[in-house]
Design a protein around this ligand. Structure first.
Ligand SMILES: Nc1ncnc2c1ncn2[C@@H]1O[C@H](COP(=O)(O)OP(=O)(O)O)[C@@H](O)[C@H]1O
Ligand SMILES: [Mg+2]
Length: 622
């Protein structure tokens, strides 16, 4: 139960642990002195001598003051070492995560990391603050008492000393059982945490599908498992505490019996006998206390295993190369899979010359976003060749990659706070004028002026803005970043047509000066690209400009014609919904999103028509 690695990780705690042990030991010495004085006073009183009162009172007073000071100092040391542990371990975990970088999710899941760093570290507070000092003190205290009492009456002292190890023996016996139980307990705990976090994040979706009852049941079941395991842990702890109590107080009683028989036999005087009786319990109490800290410490050990598992994750080696001036990207025979037996990208060859405007299209699930993730350094386990300006992407430092590549997805994250804060994270020193300029570019300036300008409050994930507005703001932030390479991954999916048009216009403008990679399922958006890669069945099946691809009459042309056909239907009623979704499935379109988009356009047309006819009618009546 002495984890050298853990203690080594928090070196600062050693001095506090030593200080804590010394304080407790001095306090014990003061207690022995006080009990000795009281025992002698009682003996004197027994023989009718009342002299010793004054001196005993002085000794007792000094001993009490010493004990008070020591108790305060020892709890202060406990606090200081807990503080050092929390600060140091959280910092170590944080630094580890930084070193793991953007791809940490390949190896650990977020909620586990959060739990280990918060709850797990809290558990270790007791290990360092209470258990470790108690561990050393519980060895030292019986030995000290033994040395003192062996001068009073050796047989009693030796019996008391021999009984003390019975407590750690029980602890060890319980340990095996406890370890398994606690590992299970922690497993259940993180699983429950995972589910809770996920359900909280997906609450809106759960409500929409009225699946809350189902999720509720699911969580109830998991909490019930957790409750059971918690009860088992508590039972184990209480049982072992009862056993330890029996040993501790039984041992002390044995000492008392022995002392009185020794007194009766005349081997020890009254003062000695009283001193043994008064100090017998102190032999066992430190060990008994260690026993009760033991369970919390075990919990800490289970947590520390989790912490070390995280700390031991292999790190990507620190890379030093930077994105070269010529940031042309090229990949040859690129292969990637998430799971061993399912290849997502197979022998993919693509080139994104500096300053070019390239599109990647293909059915939903064909690996477009995976390609973007690889380019952004989030998926590292690929094979084949992938270079930026001739330098392998795998050798480029994450910092340089993030500085030079900007990724905008359909769910770019907007932080709680205000518009200004969200924009400044892309360029911290940007002035007001610059901020307004990008907001003008994305057509968001007028709206924000009607609100509180740059101080307009944003809720978490920008939930108080419309989808289109969020995406415009995300684009404004990306424009501020001003990096040489931009990757847009379905940046306009699921938003209103007007926002989509505005954003596409900005992307086209950006493509004049930057390297732009545009991933889109809507082919109308990629018509202007210099080169279009068509992904199908994990690989590139064709590439070229829009007109070249149409002339080839291959996969792209088929997709294009089908999408055109679909976009030219004028009413919802023309295609029955089953047929529409079957069709859109063939085309690789998210049918629900698409149907919603089409419906929204029709709805706005319909309401326009109604307003117009109302106005006409009104005008006629007037
Ligand atoms: N994190 C992941 N783990 C396992 N499989 C994944 C993961 N992300 C995506 N996939 C799978 O990889 C395939 C390609 O996904 P993706 O690149 O997102 O497609 P899309 O072309 O629609 O962007 C899909 O079949 C998907 O199921
Ligand atoms: Mg995708």
């Amino acid at each position: 139960m002495i984890n050298k690695r853990l203690i080594g990780a928090v070196k600062e705690s050693k001095k506090y642990i030593a200080g804590n042990v010394i304080c407790q030991w001095v306090s014990l010495a003061a207690n022995i002195a006080m009990m000795g004085a009281i025992a002698h006073l009682l003996q004197n009183l027994y023989v009718g001598n009342q002299d010793g009162f004054g001196i005993t009172a002085v000794i007792a007073a000094i001993a009490l003051v010493i004990r008070f000071v020591c108790a305060t100092a020892s709890s202060r040391m406990g606090y200081l070492s807990s503080k050092a542990v929390k600060k140091t371990l959280r910092e170590i975990i944080y630094r580890k995560l930084l070193r793991l970088g953007a791809s940490y999710k390949e190896q650990a899941n977020t909620s586990e990391v959060v739990q280990v760093a918060v709850e797990g570290v809290d558990q270790l507070e007791t290990y360092f603050g209470a258990y470790l000092p108690q561990f050393f003190y519980a060895m030292l205290a019986p030995l000290t008492l033994f040395v003192v009492l062996s001068f009073v009456n050796f047989p009693s002292a030796i019996v008391l000393l021999v009984c003390v190890p019975l407590i750690p023996v029980t602890i060890v016996a319980v340990q095996r059982w406890a370890k398994k139980l606690l590992a299970k307990y922690w497993g259940q705990y993180t699983a429950l945490g995972d589910t809770f976090l996920e359900n909280l994040q997906g609450l809106t979706t759960t409500k929409i599908y009225q699946a809350d009852e189902f999720k509720h049941q699911e969580m109830n079941e998991q909490s019930e498992h957790f409750r059971r395991i918690t009860m088992k842990v508590l039972t184990m702890q209480l049982n072992s505490i009862t056993i330890m109590d029996l040993i501790a107080y039984g041992g002390a009683a044995l000492g008392v019996i022995l002392a009185t028989t020794q007194f009766k036999a005349g081997h020890v005087d009254l003062a000695g006998c009283l001193m043994i009786i008064l100090l017998a319990a102190d032999f066992f109490l430190p060990m008994r206390m260690l026993g009760s800290f033991f369970h919390i410490a075990m919990n800490g050990m289970a947590a520390s295993d989790k912490i070390f598992r995280l700390l031991d994750l292999p790190e990507p080696e620190q890379k030093t190369a930077v994105v070269p001036e010529d940031c042309s990207i090229e990949c040859n025979n690129l292969r990637f899979s998430y799971e061993a037996d399912r290849e997502i990208l197979h022998d993919v060859d693509m080139a994104f010359p500096k300053g070019s405007f390239t599109a990647i299209v293909g059915e939903s699930g064909c690996g477009k976003s995976t390609m973007a993730s690889i380019l952004m350094g989030r998926n590292k386990d690929y094979s084949g060749e992938l270079t930026v300006g001739g330098t392998p992407l795998s050798e480029i430092s994450e910092a340089s990659l993030m500085e030079n590549f900007t990724y905008i997805s359909h769910q770019s994250y907007l932080f709680k706070g205000n518009v200004r804060e969200n924009l400044l994270m892309a360029r911290p020193n940007a002035g007001e004028d610059t901020l307004w300029q990008v907001l003008e570019q994305v057509n968001l300036a007028d709206f924000l002026r009607s609100e509180k300008g740059l101080d307009t409050i944003l809720n978490e994930k920008g939930s108080n803005l419309s989808g289109g507005q969020c995406q415009r703001l995300a684009l404004a932030r990306a424009l501020l970043h001003d990096s040489p390479v931009y990757i847009f991954d379905e940046a306009t999916s699921n938003i209103d047509v007007e926002s989509e048009n505005d954003i596409m216009a900005q992307i086209h403008a950006l493509a004049k000066s930057k390297t732009v990679i545009l991933i889109s399922h809507r082919l109308a958006n990629v018509v202007g690209a210099d080169n279009i890669y068509v992904l199908d069945h994990s690989t590139v099946v064709e590439n070229g400009t829009h007109s070249e691809l149409l002339a080839r009459n291959g996969t792209y042309a088929k997709l294009w014609n089908a999408q055109q056909e679909l976009e030219h239907y004028t009413s919802n009623d023309v295609i029955p919904s089953e047929a529409r979704s079957a069709k859109s499935r063939d085309l690789g379109i998210d049918s629900t999103a698409y149907a919603n988009k089409v419906r929204r356009s029709f709805d706005s047309l319909r309401s326009l028509r109604m307003t117009a006819s109302e106005e006409l009618n009104g005008g006629a009546q007037a």
